[in-house]
Design a protein around this ligand. Structure first.
Ligand code: AMP
Length: 420
């Protein structure tokens, strides 16, 4: 299957070729034919599946079938995204795939001055990518009218609902003209997402692209059994021993993310943390530095990491395993992008043992165990209650001692790490 088989027009194919993309991803194969026919779509797909191109390509193609001069503040395409980072990435995709077409796009979001955004809008753009708050602000001020919208995309609906955007979304939807094509995407299909989508979609096609084993095939997955107290020394040791170029570290809490970033920085490793308590400008600057390579390590919580699209991440390290096994696939899919090789290391303490078992069941991969100086047989063999997270209370009590222990240095000078 090629993009030509999907009847993608030449200027888009040319852009894809320039990016080095020859084969459509499963979600692109499934979604593009329906979208070109004008159908509504509900796509269950996570970042890393190629979902952005799955809507950007057919939209650009449909626009170019009926080009017309854009009117000020009256876009033909409206894409809503929950965060500024995601909105910016989507805007970038319109620029990349549309480089041989002549459409204008702009991205608007809060936390920055509105002047330049208003200027862009008044010049006229076919494509508007926005976060809900700023969009409503500018609509209220009369800078944007949605009565010309032909294509309406909602990306990461589940996250928008989590972030409390439901009323904003309703308000935006009510300003759309009755006839438009809706393209909805969500990483998960919760009851709330389903209900929201059902009310707004007409005869929609449902496509689903759970990250497939094939996405994971080029990712080297390893697990390190380790007691909680030894996780930090293990991490530090890995930095000494392995060639870790551009590393995304996942932690369970914001506090742990900060702590690890601080400790790595103290050890002369360029690291920063990204999570919900950071300001927009801190998050943007951390992302920019990570992208440019100035930061070697970005430590993130699951929520903050959604939408991070940085190519060439060499390693994903699960300092803590995620609560949901699906998040594991989502996390490690950040490395090994577009056929590049990547490595995913997971630290598994006794109380995460059952989570690891669920991950292995979901991915149908038996993750190879690494031998290392902090190897814990207790973690490896944990079963029953010992293999589950401790009840909340005792966990918090335990956490203090974990943090203190993170300062410990390793018990051995040399750091042999090999497969068991
Ligand atoms: P997304 O799921 O939209 O975040 O896309 C994940 C990554 O895959 C992005 O870096 C895209 O540029 C890339 N990508 C999208 N489509 C393709 C394709 N057909 N072949 C290879 N890479 C792709």
């Amino acid at each position: 299957m090629s993009f030509e088989n999907l009847n993608i027009i030449a200027p888009l194919q040319q852009a894809l070729a320039r990016e080095g993309y020859t084969t459509p991803t499963p979600i692109q194969m499934q979604a593009i034919p329906h979208l070109l026919q004008g159908k509504d779509l509900m796509g269950i797909a996570q970042t890393g599946t190629g979902k952005t191109a799955a809507f950007v390509l057919p939209i650009l193609q449909r626009l170019s079938e009926e080009p017309r001069a854009p009117l000020p503040g009256t876009p033909r395409v409206l894409v809503l995204a929950p965060t500024r980072e995601l909105a910016a990435q989507i805007g970038q995709s319109f620029a990349t795939y549309g480089q041989f077409l002549r459409f204008r796009h702009t991205v608007i979001f809060g936390g920055v001055k509105q002047g330049p955004q208003v200027r862009d809008l008044s010049r006229g753009v076919e494509i508007l990518v926005a976060t809900p708050g700023r969009l409503i602000d500018l609509m209220n001020q009369g800078y944007i009218r949605l009565n010309g919208v032909e294509f309406f995309v909602l990306d990461e609906i589940d996250r928008m609902l989590d972030m409390g955007f439901i009323n904003d979304m309703r308000k935006i939807v009510s300003a759309l003209p009755p006839r438009h094509q809706s393209l909805f995407f969500s990483a998960t299909m919760s009851r709330q997402t389903g209900e929201f989508a059902q009310r707004l979609l007409k005869g929609a096609v449902l496509v689903e692209a759970t990250p497939q084993a094939s996405t994971l095939e080029c990712i080297e997955q390893r697990v390190f059994f380790v007691d909680q107290d030894n996780k930090y020394p293990l991490l530090q040791g890995l930095f000494k021993q392995k060639d870790l170029d551009r590393v995304l570290v996942f932690t369970r809490t914001k506090h742990r993310a900060d702590k690890i970033a601080q400790m790595l920085s103290r050890n002369k490793i360029n690291a920063d943390a990204i999570h919900g308590n950071k300001s927009q400008s801190q998050r943007t600057s951390a992302m920019r530095n990570f992208k440019s390579g100035r930061l070697q390590v970005l430590v993130a919580t699951d929520i903050a990491a959604r939408g991070i699209d940085v190519d060439a991440i060499s390693h994903v390290i699960n300092y803590d395993l995620p609560g949901e096994p699906e998040s594991y696939v989502h996390r490690i899919g950040r490395t090994g992008r577009a056929g590049a090789e990547g490595t995913a290391y997971s630290f598994c303490a006794a109380d995460e043992r059952n989570t690891l078992r669920s991950i292995e069941r979901l991915t149908q991969v038996k993750i190879e165990v690494m031998d290392h100086p902090y190897h814990s047989e207790r973690a490896k063999n944990a079963v029953g209650a010992a293999a589950e997270p401790a009840p909340k209370r005792s966990r918090t009590a335990h956490r203090g001692s974990r943090q203190e222990n993170m300062h410990k240095s390793g018990p051995r000078k040399s750091y042999p790490v090999r497969r068991r």
